[in-house]
Design a protein around this ligand. Sequence first.
Ligand SMILES: [Zn+2]
Length: 222
Amino acid sequence: MPSICVRVFLGLAGLVLLPSCSTGPYFVAKHEPWRAKEEQACLASGVVRETPYIRSRSALGGPSACGAERPFEMAAAHRGRVRLKPAALLRCSMIPQVDRWVATVIEPAARRNFGASIAEITVAASYACRPMNNKVGGNLSEHGHANALDVSGFVLSDGQRITVKQGWQGNWGERAFLRAVHDGACAQFSTVLGPDYDSNHHDHFHVDLMRRGRYGERRVCK
Ligand SMILES: [Zn+2]
């Protein structure tokens, strides 16, 4: 994994990070006080409880713009019935949304289309301190705030494996399942991007809770 080399400047545009060494990705991060407030409110609400599969981790990020105050390692959703592999590192507000997505959208879609339940979700990425789409000089990705999850596939209880890459244009059942999973995510997350959005997302669904619009009312579902 490449190291992040940044210098921090506070300017009118907010926090700007520039490279302090010749290699490694760098990014621009805005000053966004809502993030810490939202995380603290989520933690105080008790909506996320520690279980054998949802464990609290120490703070991520340190002196850079990345991270979260008290992230969680989510190894399973839907009361431990559906594994996340590998476990996802996510900030507080992501946990209940991922859980609801699995329980109310993914699991019913699997039963409807395959007559099986979901055993495992393949996590392509969660926390990563990097620019959007790994483009040097781009805005810091929601992954950098542990506020995003990339899902590339699903394993059913009968062992069948469905991937976004193959299944998006796969057989009727795979296509119906993956579109239901994608469209259903739009009720739980403020950003949902899939293969129809661009080639960067040809093999996974990206979901995040970026605050869009003045009151967080805007959504992107593509
Ligand atoms: Zn992503």
